[in-house]
Structure formats: C-alpha cells, structure tokens
Design a protein around this ligand. Sequence first.
Ligand code: DLL
Length: 433
Amino acid sequence: MEKNYFQREIETMPVSELKALQSEKLVKQVKNVYENVEFYRKKMDEAGVKPEDIKGIDDLYKLPFITKDDLRDEYPYGLLARPLSECVRIQSTSGTTGRRVVAFYTQHDVDLWEECCARAIVAAGGTKEDVVHVSYGYGLFTGGPGLNGGSHKLGSLTLPMSSGNTERQIQFMTDLKSTILCCTPSYAAYLAESINEKGVKDQIHLKAGIFGAEAWSEAMRHSIEESLGIKAYDIYGLTEISGPGVSFECEEQSGMHINEDHFVAEIINPETGEVLPEGSVGELVFTCIDKEAFPLMRYRTRDLCVLSRKPCSCGRTHIKMGRLMGRTDDMLIIRGVNVFPSQIETVLIKNGYPANYQIIVDRVNNSDTLDINVEITPEMLSDTTMGISEREKKLVSDLKAMLGIKTSVHIVEPKSIARSEGKAVRIIDKRKI
Ligand code: DLL
C-alpha cells in the first residue's frame, strides 16, 4: 500500500510497542499537568493520586475523570497547561448545550491535529493529486480548519469552501473537478439531492467523501454513496480533544481507527464510571498524551460506542471505535425505553425515504409521545401502488420492530423540512422546553 502520508511506522506499529509509547508519553503528561495546572493538581490530590503512581498505561484508571462541566467551570483559561504566549490558536464548540468550551493550541498541537486529519484523508484514498473540497464550516468550528490543514499537509489542492451557498459549491465542484468532499453527512445528502436535481451528476468527479461531526447511520452511508457514486468514510472528533481526526475510517469502512499515538481511549459504564472490557458498549473517554496547551486527561465525551482491536485488513494496528451509537445526552428515553435517533434513521432509509426527517417528543397526559415527520420523495408520490396511510402504517410497524415502542409517523411533502448545511438539528424534545 504505497500512500503519501500514511504514517506506516506509527499506524501499523505492533500493539506492544504502541502501548510502550503511550506509557512513556502518559507518564510525562501526568507529571506535566500536575506541575502546571492547578485544576489537575487539586483533582489528583483529592483522589489521592500522585504523579509517581502513574507508571504506565495500565495505571490510567487511577486518574480522576473530567467532564464538560469541569471545562465550563474552568472557562476560559483554567485548564491551560502552557503560557498563553505559546498558544497560537483557539477553536470553540457551538455552546448550544451551555457555556462555550474554548480549546487552545500551540503550534505543536495544530501540527499534531492537522497530521491526524491528513491520515484520515489518506485512509480515504487521498493523495497529493486530489482536489479536496472542504464544505465543513470554518471559523471557531473545527471541521473546516481541521480538514483544510490536513489536506495542506498532504499537499492536495484544497478548496476552502466552508458550508452554505450550495449553487457555488456545485459550480466549484464541477469546474475544479473536486475529488474528495469533506462535510457533514446531512450536508452531503443535501448536496447529492441538489446535484441530481440539476442533472449534473455526470460532471462530478468525486470519488470519496469524509463525513462526520454528527451521528449518521449505515443506511445513510449507502444512500449517499449511491447518489453521489462515491465511497463515504466516517470521521470523528471533538473540539475538546483537538477536532476532526481523533479517529477515521480506512478502506474497510468498518469502524474508525483512533490515533492512539496521541489519544488514549477507554470505554466506561456511564453510570458507575467502571472501565469496561473491549467489545462493550459504553461512554468513550479520551486522554491526550502529547498535546501541549489543552491536554485533557480522562475526558468523558458522553459519546457511546464500542472499541475493537480485531486485526484490520488495511494493516493499521490502532484500535477502532464502532459507529457512534449516539450521545448519552442525545439518547431519548421514551416511556422508559432508550431510543437513538440513528435507529429511526435506519428504518426510514431502509424504506427508501430520504434522510430528511424530524423527531418530535412530547408528554401528553403524563405519557411520552414520539412523532416522526418524514419527507416523501416525488417518485414515491407518483407511485400509486401504495397510499400515504399505508406507507405510514408500514413505517410505524417497522419502527415498532426496531425500537419496541409505538410511534406516530406523518409523511410530509417533498422539500418541506429545512435542509442543514452543518450539523442537522433533527430532534425537538418539547419535554425540555
Ligand atoms: O464535530 C469535530 C468534527 C468536525 C468531527 C468534522 C468530524 C468532522 P464538536 O463540534 O466539538 O466537534 O462536536 C463533537 O460531535 O462529541 C460527537 O457527539 C459528534 N460527532 C463528531 N463526529 C461524529 C461522527 C466536531 N463521525 C461531537 N459520528 C462529538 C457521530 C460525531 N457523531
């Protein structure tokens, strides 16, 4: 596999060597945060852990967890491990679920992050010959800057499109012959819809897409791959840990390799905090072992998934995380049953509907209700073999089989649900309003 920027030595390192490397970096990092960040010193003192108790990766469990609330309490500078004069960049979360989280980067941190994104582009088949079309938002959001930096590092021609202005996106895509598209899966679906409506699919040169930043189902992957004629790869990351590229899919398209030389992953029981064995579903926790400015230690992401170290045909040895099953705070509890939006999406797409839907949760007479609005396509509308109420009944029955609960489905007109250019907002939980 002769690939530019595939960091063979690091990415295919035997696991024993990888663990030794992680141990060495962790020991240094723990000492660093204990000496330089009052927050960590206090937390570790409270937990009765001294830096010398951490002798390697097997001692990681001894460190206390940190949460998004800690980050908010310490906003903006409380977790800085380097003087501000050494920092060259900030990025930030959108702050929709509370106070913003601001992450700081030294030049080393920016390089490390962009390198991770370059690895992701390479794993999706990218080389310096590619034209990388970046339609993630730029600015405080990490999507645009991360993939942009990765593409630069690789030496590919980088189109810093940012999100929005779909007409212009398609114009550039056809004129400049973009080969790799980077955006959220919901925006990819919207672009695919617009390209097909304009009848310009034969002028598109895309071969791959690197899609992430929001949950999406396997069914949605197939639908995007088919409508754009590309291979669609998942990419994961979060601002607190660096941004996109914390993990990414390779040609196997079955889970995302975590850049374990920089980020150590654990899966825990979200209720008890107990570390779970490989293969268990639980909350993902990350420790940044060689970041400088903002090295989070045992950070609870609230994202739920499974880790697996099964050998991968691509040769990479870094552990894989399965498709994200949702966030602990995205999970809907409907009449006592756990429901993930991605399960609903899977049923809709398997029945041939587009990924344009809304989930509305409410409480009526002390009982939770789950309503799903889904757009019909013009082709389905003109198909007279199945009426609207039959279609709704079929979806209710398939959803019951998937979720185990009764839902109300409403089929709505084509184009009546707003399209998203970034992360799609699909859930309206009126119980919280
Ligand atoms: O979404 C970083 C990113 C940009 C990742 C571009 C991938 C591509 P935040 O805005 O801080 O950062 O949001 C992080 O988004 O904790 C997950 O809940 C969710 N998320 C990110 N990637 C995926 C994915 C960016 N591939 C939060 N699948 C994370 C499902 C994802 N959810």
